[in-house]
Design a protein around this ligand. Structure first.
Ligand code: PGA
Length: 248
């Protein structure tokens, strides 16, 4: 039985006041939450969120990394720096990074490997665009994204990876994949893993992301191959995030 994981992706949204209020709001409503909770916060707030969540049920993550551990890479942040703030997770290959910052499948695979090598758990994102889906290419696109990592790292290490399936057309749009659409792709992703390593296929959590909210979380998370959510907009408000956490 895989534990339900609910990860908040704050994206580039925070201030010291907002981070403080949001984390304390979440902490005050945690009773009865059985899911594993991860807050993926912008780099400058890692330190503050580390302090606020010490000893709590909330784990911390970042949203990107540079594959080098240190050196002349102005403006970049390494896995070691992320770990220095108590973070155990990092989102890799989010569709916004793929489309806005030209992160190819190869770059994403390199980043997943760098995260694993440094002991961070990657939250590795895959997902098709609307035109991919309309052309009937959802499985092919997602398979290519998964295989880029698998070819580089092998299947065994997927036991230490969290996958997030995020259809690009559902991210921030208010349009959620139906539980049937999401489950179908989640099952397909798991079937790719089982071709190479059945153990990894059974263990690897696959989260759904894309306009998940308190109203649709329960139905999505109750699908056989959906192990939780990666939440953008609804993670920025304590009550809605908590209500998703309680759906697991
Ligand atoms: P959303 O974002 O929940 O706002 O759709 C999800 C994500 O981009 O991770």
């Amino acid at each position: 039985m895989r534990q339900v994981i609910v990860a908040g992706n704050w994206k580039m949204n925070a201030s010291k006041d907002m981070a403080g209020g949001l984390i304390s709001g979440i902490l005050s409503g945690m009773s009865g939450v059985k899911s594993k909770i991860i807050a993926c916060v912008p780099f400058p707030y890692l330190s503050q969120v580390e302090e606020l969540t010490k000893g709590s049920q909330i784990s911390i993550g970042a949203q990107n990394l540079n594959v080098n551990s240190s050196g002349a890479f102005t403006g970049e942040v390494s896995a070691e720096m992320i770990k220095d703030f108590g973070a155990g997770y990092v989102i890799i290959g989010h569709s916004e990074r793929r489309s806005l910052y030209n992160e190819t499948n190869d770059i994403v695979a390199e980043k997943v490997e760098a995260a694993l090598n440094s002991g961070l758990t990657p939250i590795f994102c895959v997902g098709e665009t609307l035109s991919d889906r309309e052309a009937g290419n959802t499985e092919a696109v997602v398979e290519k994204q998964v295989m880029a990592v698998l070819d580089r790292t092998g299947a065994e290490v997927f036991k230490k990876i969290i996958i997030a399936y995020e259809p690009v057309w559902a991210i921030g749009t208010g349009v959620t994949a139906t539980p049937e659409q999401a489950q179908e792709t989640h099952r397909y992703i798991r079937s790719i893993l089982s071709r190479y390593d059945e153990g990894a296929a059974q263990i690897t959590p696959i989260l759904y992301g894309g306009s998940m909210n308190p109203g649709n979380a329960k139905e999505l998370i109750s699908c056989a191959d959906i192990d939780g959510g990666l939440i953008g907009g609804a993670s920025l408000e304590a009550e809605s995030f908590l209500n998703i956490c309680k759906a697991g």
